[in-house]
Structures are given as structure tokens and as C-alpha cells.
Design a protein around this ligand. Structure first.
Ligand code: ADP
Ligand code: MG
Length: 414
């Protein structure tokens, strides 16, 4: 809000004859009353000395304006602020040390008080800085008494500048963090298809050099797998980019049970445990959700991969994926394992980025899964199993498929 300003010429025409040394104090009510009494009792005397002393203790620069709008006296703060001795200022006009700058806005607290102007103070050494000038005038039977008070806005300007710099820095750091998270997410998500591609390529190499009959068919299938994983990696890159940009992406009705099969296959491909027991318990009668296929498969592969890693040290590893419909028409997916269980020290921060207990873990899988599930209008959580191991669950709103095959609305975007 721009401050309310007095017309520029007011200062220069600060009233008719005012005797040098006549003062009009400025800030609190007490000095104002004292000054008024001082004026009534005439110039000089103990009262005036006291008023002068009072002004010398004020932090703001005060000029007393006398005859022909000339400076008749000033306080110590004025000497300190402008760098002139009092004798160098006496007889000058205010314009000697100050010029108005109507385009500068000052702190709004002055706005209702009237005679306040924004301007630049000009010191003896030529330095310029923003100030607020307040003109205080008192009319009484002896004449008009005028004082000019300058408030130094350098520190406030500096504080504002620092706040602006800090805001810019915070915005920059947020971008860096986002970029870092995005890079980590990509690294995390791409590691799966890339290691599968590497494993299949190695297999292809063995097939080429081996002498087994029927290898061309095996080779063709392995090459097809490589192609599938490469395409999958490409769609992950595309999705992470879209997700980082918009937080949401294209969704279509998807059958969750099919996505679970696909994700489990993807996650288990790299597993070295041939004794892994996988149990699918699809109890949900409906399984259509409006989803971004790639993202929901990412969530599922993250959960299954975590379950695989949690069961590495278990004799008979077992992963169960169960679906059900809850009373809020949400499809609930539970991924449970009989692994090591959730470490107590990270129980409360499981879904935060970069929280991991694994020596080579990134701690991005669950954080990203939470973001994806919530962007789809669902919830995700984890609990310990009563037996050993843990259960990670997420829910997504179910959608009705219209009889005429029309695409339903996205409930999370309503
Ligand atoms: N099924 C699970 N059983 C036990 N702990 C788990 C399970 N899934 C996740 N966690 C814990 O949560 C942490 C974070 O998982 P995640 O975000 O996927 O990152 P990362 O797998 O890279 O460590 C893991 O390091 C692990 O300690
Ligand atoms: Mg993980």
C-alpha cells in the first residue's frame, strides 16, 4: 500500500516565522505534551533544555524548522544520520539533506497519519538511502512550530532484500530437491528393467555360443523379453517426467488383477530364490480402477520387490498378494511376506523419501508409491504381521464400468 503523502512543497513552506530553537517534539504523547507546555512557557529555560535532551535521546533524526523554512536546530541522531555538524545544517532547508521519491513505498504503518513522505536521505559523504519524513506542526497563539522527523529505512530495506534473497534460495533448493528426487526415482525404477535386460542379454550370449538344438526359438523369446523390458524402461522415464511435471497423468480403466500378475512377473524375474512361494488371493469381485497403468505397476513392483528383499534371509520365503473390496467401495491390495519385518527405527518414516535400511537402498520406492497412490485418490500403509513379516496395503477407488462401455469419470479429479 503506498503511503499517504503530503504535497511536496509543504516542507519548504513549513509555516510563518518560527523562532530558532522552537521545537515540536514528535513521537509519544508525553514528549508532545511537554513540548506544548515548553512552547507556552517561552524559549529557553529548564523546560526547553529538558526537551532538547529528550530529543537527543530519540533514535530518529529530528530537525526543528524555523524562520523561512530553515533548519533552526537538530538532535544528535540527525547529526549521526546525515554526517553534518549541527552548525552546518542550521539555516539550510530540508532539501539540503533529503529529496522526495514518490515512487518508493514505505511501511504501511505511517499511512493513516498524514504528513509522511518517502524519500532519499543524502549524507555529507554523498550516500543515499531510503527514509520516511514526517512533518509535525503545531499552531498556537505564538505561531506555527514545525519539526521534521526522519526514520531510517536502510535496515528495513536490507531486511526486505534478505527476505527476498532467502525466498529465491528456498525456491532454488526446492527445485534442486525435486530434481534429486526425480533422478533417484528414475535410478530406482530403471534398475529393474535394466538388470533384466542385462540378464537376458547374458542368456542370449550363452545361447549363441552353445550348441544346443532349438536354441533359435529360445533366442527369439529372450530377445522379445529384452525388447519388452526396454520399452517398459522407456515408459517409466516418460511417466516419471510427466509425474514430476504435473503430479497426475493419463488414466484409463484397468483391471487390477491383471496389473498384479504383470507386476509380480516383472518383480520376480530378477529373483534368485527359486524356492519363493507366491500366493495370489483375489477375493475382490470387482477389480476395475481408473489408473495410470505404468504407475500402478510401479507401486506393485516396489511392494513385491521389497517383500522379496525382506525374505532374503528366510528359510521358506512366502509372498501373498490379496485383493478385497472394503465398505467404502475401494479395492484394497495387500502385499504380505514372512520376512524380517519392519525395522522399529523407521516404522514412522517408511514412506518418506530416502528412508532405507538397506546398504544399497535408495529409500525412494515407498515414497514414490505413496505419491502415486494418493494422486489416484487412494491410501497406502504398512503393518507388522502377527506372525513374522509385514503387510503393505493400498486402496484405490473402484469404478463402475457403464453398460454402454462409456468411460467413467475419474473420482479423484472431481
Ligand atoms: N516388506 C518389507 N518388510 C520389511 N521392511 C520393509 C518392507 N518394505 C519396505 N521395508 C523397509 O522400508 C524401507 C524403505 O523401502 P523403500 O522405500 O522401498 O526403499 P529401499 O527398498 O530402497 O530401501 C526399506 O529399506 C525397508 O527397511
Ligand atoms: Mg524398495
Amino acid at each position: 500500500m503506498p503511503i499517504k503523502m503530503e504535497a511536496p512543497h509543504t516542507v519548504a513552506e513549513a509555516g510563518p516565522s518560527v523562532a530558532a530553537g522552537q521545537v515540536s517534539p514528535v513521537t509519544s504523547q508525553t514528549p508532545r505534551r511537554e513540548a506544548a507546555r515548553g512552547f507556552r512557557e517561552g524559549n529557553g529555560g529548564p523546560r526547553m533544555d529538558w526537551i532538547r535532551q529528550l530529543h537527543d535521546h530519540m533514535p530518529d533524526a529530528v530537525f526543528f524548522i524555523g524562520d523561512r523554512h530553515r533548519i533552526s536546530a537538530c538532535n544528535k541522531a540527525a547529526v549521526a544520520l546525515f554526517g553534518y555538524e549541527e552548525r552546518e545544517l542550521i539555516g539550510r532547508k530540508i532539501g539540503f539533506v533529503w529529496r522526495p521519491t514518490p515512487d518508493i513505498r514505505l511501511n504501511g504503518r505511517w499511512a493513516d497519519e498524514g504528513a509522511v513522505r518517502a524519500g532519499l536521505a543524502i549524507t555529507k559523504s554523498g550516500a543515499q538511502f531510503p527514509t520516511a519524513l514526517t512533518i509535525i506542526r503545531k499552531h498556537d497563539e505564538k505561531g506555527v512550530f514545525t519539526a521534521a522527523v526522519f526514520e531510517d529505512f536502510r535496515t528495513e530495506g536490507e531486511t526486505l532484500r534478505q527476505v527476498r534473497e532467502l525466498q529465491l534460495e528456498i525456491a532454488r533448493l526446492a527445485r534442486v530437491t525435486e530434481l534429486g528426487e526425480m533422478a533417484s526415482t528414475l535410478a530406482h525404477e530403471l534398475s529393474q528393467p535394466l538388470s533384466s535386460i542385462a540378464a537376458y542379454s547374458e542368456g542370449c550370449g550363452r545361447l549363441v555360443t552353445g550348441k544346443r538344438p532349438g536354441r533359435s526359438e529360445e533366442l527369439r523369446e529372450a530377445l522379445l523379453e529384452i525388447k519388452r523390458h526396454a520399452l517398459w524402461a522407456g515408459s517409466i522415464v516418460q511417466n516419471v517426467r510427466e509425474f514430476a511435471e504435473r503430479g497426475a497423468s493419463e488414466r484409463t480403466p484397468e483391471a487390477m488383477h491383471e496389473l498384479i500378475h504383470k507386476a509380480a512377473r516383472l518383480a520376480l524375474i530378477g529373483s534368485r530364490r527359486k524356492d519363493m512361494h507366491t500366493d495370489f488371493q483375489f477375493e475382490a469381485a470387482q477389480d476395475t480402477v481408473l489408473a495410470n497403468r505404468v504407475q500402478i505397476v510401479q507401486v506393485l513392483t516396489n511392494l513385491v520387490r521389497n517383500a522379496l528383499e525382506a525374505t532374503e534371509c528366510v528359510e521358506q520365503p512366502r509372498i501373498a498378494i490379496r485383493t478385497a473390496v472394503d465398505s467404502f467401495a475401494h479395492l484394497v491390495v495387500d502385499v504380505s511376506d514372512n520376512g524380517c519385518g519392519i525395522a522399529a527405527e523407521i516404522e514412522d518414516s517408511l514412506f518418506r523419501p530416502f528412508v532405507t535400511c538397506k546398504p544399497h537402498g535408495l529409500g525412494m520406492g515407498l515414497a514414490l508409491s505413496k505419491r502415486i497412490v494418493e494422486a489416484h485418490g487412494g491410501r497406502i500403509g504398512a503393518r507388522r504381521r502377527t506372525e513374522s513379516g509385514s503387510v503393505f496395503s493400498f486402496s484405490l477407488p473402484l469404478v463402475e464400468i457403464e453398460a454402454d462401455g462409456e468411460r467413467p469419470d475419474d473420482p479423484s479429479r472431481r
